[in-house]
Design a protein around this ligand. Structure first.
Ligand code: 0O2
Length: 226
């Protein structure tokens, strides 16, 4: 029993280490990506280790026994959520992560192109993070959810009103699905405005660059003449 408990605790250490690593990668990504735009494309990032209660419920839902093997078969004991302001930012962040050499992408679930029945939208990346403890290397599966602010607020409310509740009525489910479609329309409209602003920003940046090039040319001419 003692050995089993020690083994279980050691196993959890891998998840804690994986979460710390993931947090660091995402902090670096956040800084890297902030140089790409006047406004940072990432609104906020959060990381978490799934609670014991939530792990047990998920294992029950999947008809899996309470063992280390089943625990390791779950993709989202370690999870991160990246919330972006606009739709284009979600795909930008997803592409950046796919190019990150520190993590291995196992699966991409695009619930934006193919929303869930509930109306849920977002991109999920199932990844593996190598963690070495005591000379033993394990690849820890983690899930990164990437959503817009609009998708995130819908998912947060829907989580409280329906997700995992067995007794939600069809009317409530239908209304939540309809709300998801309204939110999607707002996302598309906001993204259109964002794209228009990006074109204007590009124009401004090019103008500033041209002015500074011109200033240098005039300055050089003055120095040459003096
Ligand atoms: P919680 O409480 O949010 O952590 P897998 O995890 O890949 O083994 P699964 O469960 O089919 O299998 O993965 P899925 O559906 O791709 O993604 C699971 C996570 O996405 C959920 O975690 C939720 O966080 C979120 N999610 C998926 N569908 C919905 C939905 O309809 N509504 C809301 N609000 N969130 C959703 P958990 O562990 O199920 O729950």
């Amino acid at each position: 029993m003692q050995a089993k408990l020690k083994n279980f605790k050691k196993n959890l250490l891998y998840y804690e280490a994986a979460m710390k690593q993931l947090k660091t990668y995402l902090e670096i990504l956040n800084t890297e990506i902030s140089f790409l735009d006047i406004d940072n494309p990432i609104n906020h990032v959060s990381t978490r280790i799934k609670s014991t209660e939530s792990i047990i419920l998920k294992l029950q839902r999947k008809n899996l026994p309470l063992t280390i093997e089943s625990l390791n078969s779950l993709n989202d004991i370690v999870g991160a959520r990246i919330v972006c302001d606009f739709l284009d930012n979600v795909y930008l962040v997803s592409d950046k992560l796919k190019n990150n050499k520190n993590i291995k992408i196992i699966e991409v679930k695009d619930y934006i192109k193919n929303p869930k029945n509930s109306g849920y939208r977002g991109i999920h990346l199932i990844i593996e993070i190598p963690v070495s403890i005591d000379g033993t290397l394990k690849n820890i599966r983690s899930e990164i959810q990437i959503r817009t602010v609009c998708m995130d607020s819908w998912a947060s409310n829907e989580h409280k009103l329906n997700y995992k509740h067995v007794s939600t009525s069809k009317e409530v489910k239908d209304e939540l699905r309809a709300n998801a479609e309204q939110v999607w329309k707002v996302d598309l409209s906001m993204n259109k405005l964002y794209q228009e602003k990006q074109v204007k920003n590009k124009g401004i940046i090019e103008t500033i660059e041209n002015i500074s090039k011109y200033k240098w040319r005039v300055q050089n001419e003055i120095w040459r003449k003096n």
